[in-house]
Design a binder for this molecule. Structure first.
Ligand code: PMV
Length: 331
């Protein structure tokens, strides 16, 4: 049996603008994880067992664009990327998938499931892949989840470390899809002083594909306005990196508030997200914003460590479906 695991993630700064070439910051969330387990079995076929989504099915019976089929099928091709991947040792394979990462909530559940499966399956078939290969394969699957992903999700989930993700900025700000062009610069984000981020889930599942596509429509209607919003977000992301690497994490608070206002202007917030942001600030958070695709899913708040329980409590009282307190450690 071969197992692998991948963490969830949050975007600290730069969602949506990153699709248009602006930098973004993301960190792994280790309290939630996706796990994959691959076993040789005597029964023929590739059996996929994902109880969280009530799926127990043979691979060939899934539509080719089903995200799980899209992860697994290419790896089983005997000539996969010229790697001479070995076949199953038994008649078939069973792939068990489980995840504690809420779906469609901005915590990178799709990317983490892909990364866990790719790692476990490739290793089981005798050809472990390096992080770059894993991330590139997961990026292909992200296209099914997100339509036009920037590549930030698969990157942070694969490397499992805080990153500063900077796609190539194309002339005229046309959308760039980092992983696709392979041109994104991925730099480790060095946390000089620890800081605490509280993640509050609205409980509303909102597909990133839709918010990304709506922002795309707005960009097509008014590129000048949208490019200005994206550039403003990019500049916040650069300043935030300096604050984190320079040891002044408390400076992130006002930057988060500004980023949230810009995301509201991009129409990707929602009354529930705005409410949780407001409640966290009233409870003493130093700054707060939505995180990820928006419209639902999660918001994040920066807080002094000792005040984190108060902010978490306030979020739960205001209707957050669950709350995760994360401590970013020096790295
Ligand atoms: O909703 P999430 O956490 O998967 O994040 C999406 C981030 C976007 O910038 C909105 C899209 C992307 O591909 O970068």
């Amino acid at each position: 049996m071969t197992t692998a695991s991948a963490p969830g993630k949050i975007i600290l700064f730069g969602e949506h603008a990153v699709v248009y070439g602006q930098p973004a910051l993301a960190v792994p969330v280790n309290q939630v994880r996706a796990d994959a387990e691959v076993t040789d079995i005597d029964r023929a076929g590739i059996w996929i067992n994902a109880p969280d989504i009530s799926l127990h099915e043979e691979l060939s019976r899934l539509a080719p664009d089903h995200p799980l089929a899209a992860v697994i099928a290419p790896l089983l091709s005997p000539h996969f990327a010229g790697t001479k991947m070995g076949g199953p040792r038994g008649a078939g394979l069973q792939i068990n998938i489980s995840s504690t990462i809420p779906v469609a909530s901005g915590l990178g559940s799709g990317a983490a499931v892909s990364v866990a499966i790719i790692r476990a399956l490739a290793t089981h078939l005798g050809h472990p892949l390096d992080d770059k290969q894993v991330s590139a394969l997961a990026y292909e699957v992200e296209k099914l989840h997100h339509g036009t992903p920037s590549g930030i999700d698969n990157t942070v989930v694969t490397y499992g470390k805080p990153i500063f993700f900077s796609p190539p900025l194309l002339r005229g700000f046309s959308p760039v899809y980092g992983g696709d062009k392979g041109g994104a610069s991925i730099q480790p984000l060095h946390v000089a002083e620890p800081f605490t981020i509280i993640i509050g889930n609205t409980g509303i599942s909102a597909p990133t594909k839709e918010s990304v596509s709506d922002v795309r429509k707005l960009w097509e209607q008014n590129p000048t306005k949208m490019n200005a919003l994206f550039a403003a977000v990019g500049s916040l992301a650069r300043t935030a990196r300096q604050a984190i690497e320079g040891g002044y994490p408390e400076r992130l608070g006002p930057l988060m508030n500004e980023n949230h206002l810009l995301l509201q202007e991009m129409t990707v917030s929602s009354p529930e997200l705005d409410r949780l942001v407001e409640v966290s600030l009233k409870a003493g958070a130093l700054g707060a914003k939505l995180s990820g695709g928006g419209r639902g899913g999660n918001m994040i708040a920066l807080s002094a460590k000792e005040n984190a329980p108060t902010v978490a409590e306030a979020l739960l009282e205001a209707g957050a479906k669950n709350v995760i307190v994360t401590h970013q450690i020096v790295i």
